[in-house]
Design a protein around this ligand. Structure first.
Ligand code: GLN
Length: 280
């Protein structure tokens, strides 16, 4: 088969499996596998060897079974970076870009030498993006999952941030230098146990340790707040991502942990998504 025939065939298979953008995904999976530019695809009429063809259809098969596209390809665009991902980390979501926007908007000068901590760093999407945007900042990422830290390490290396960052295998902000950080970000697991069972097929491929926020989805936030507060300097800025319908309870938990709420930011769907608070 030549490339065009493979695209058509893959498109039909993905369409039958009710994948939303079957032609685009077929093109993307093929261009990524063959390492050719998406724009050059239509002109490609050469025949593919068996190995390449097999490789492409095994990826299409994984996609049909419901595995997220980002895991199959191994990366996901986030803000201005393309973050390496695998099944041990949550796939960065567009909603999380509100943490980046809000944090950047609340930094006095992007040249400032500030210390950042990202609690539950996962793939490193938040940490790498902030360090990339703040050339003199230093950042620490923590995670309880060693496998997640291996991915974060790859992203740090990819974006040449080794000199300005460290990864620490710990829970939340525990065993971290006290009152050292100017800025804290955290996208904790916040999906309630009940909603976890109703999630889309694709989300079930993601690590439940990064999603499961207990009965009402707020257990992780409640657990992490004391250590998060300790990491921060007085007046340090914290940005927490929260889930649907959690705004009031989350604000209460945060206020009760020596923080003052500054602002609540909605996502593009109008859902309260990020709470900005300062350490008091
Ligand atoms: N936004 C993710 C979802 O709803 C949840 C991420 C999280 O728990 N931090 O699928």
């Amino acid at each position: 088969m030549n490339i065009n025939q493979i695209v058509s065939h893959a498109h039909i298979l993905l369409k039958k499996a009710n994948i939303k953008n079957p032609r685009l995904e077929a093109n993307l999976i093929i261009s990524e596998t063959l390492k050719i530019n998406l724009d050059d695809m239509p002109a490609k009429t050469e025949n593919l060897n068996n190995q390449h063809t097999k490789n492409i259809f095994s990826k299409i098969d994984r996609r049909i079974k419901g595995e997220p596209y980002a895991y199959i390809i191994g990366n996901k665009p986030f803000y201005n970076l393309n973050i390496i991902v695998d099944k041990n980390v949550l796939i960065p979501r567009p909603e999380t870009e509100h943490i980046i926007e809000t944090a950047l908007a609340n930094i006095q000068n992007i040249e400032d030498k500030i210390n950042i901590i990202d609690i539950g760093v996962g793939s490193g999407a938040i940490l790498c993006t902030l360090l990339d945007k703040l050339p003199n900042a230093y950042g620490i990422g923590t995670d309880i999952s060693e496998k997640a830290l291996m991915i974060a390490k790859k992203n740090i290396k990819k974006y040449r941030l080794n000199d300005r960052s460290n990864l620490i295998n710990t829970s939340w902000g525990n065993s971290i230098k006290n009152h050292f950080f100017d800025l804290l970000t955290c996208n904790p697991p916040y999906v309630s146990e009940k909603s976890l069972t109703n999630l889309q097929k694709e989300v079930k491929y993601e690590p439940s340790i990064a999603l499961n926020g207990g009965e009402k989805g707020l257990d992780s936030l409640r657990d992490l707040l004391p250590s998060a507060r300790k990491c921060l300097k007085l007046q340090g800025k914290a940005f927490f991502e929260i889930g649907y319908n959690q705004c009031n309870s989350a604000q209460e938990l945060i206020s009760n942990s020596h923080f003052r709420i500054q602002n609540v930011i909605k996502d593009l769907a109008g859902i309260e998504r990020v709470i900005f608070a300062t350490a008091i």
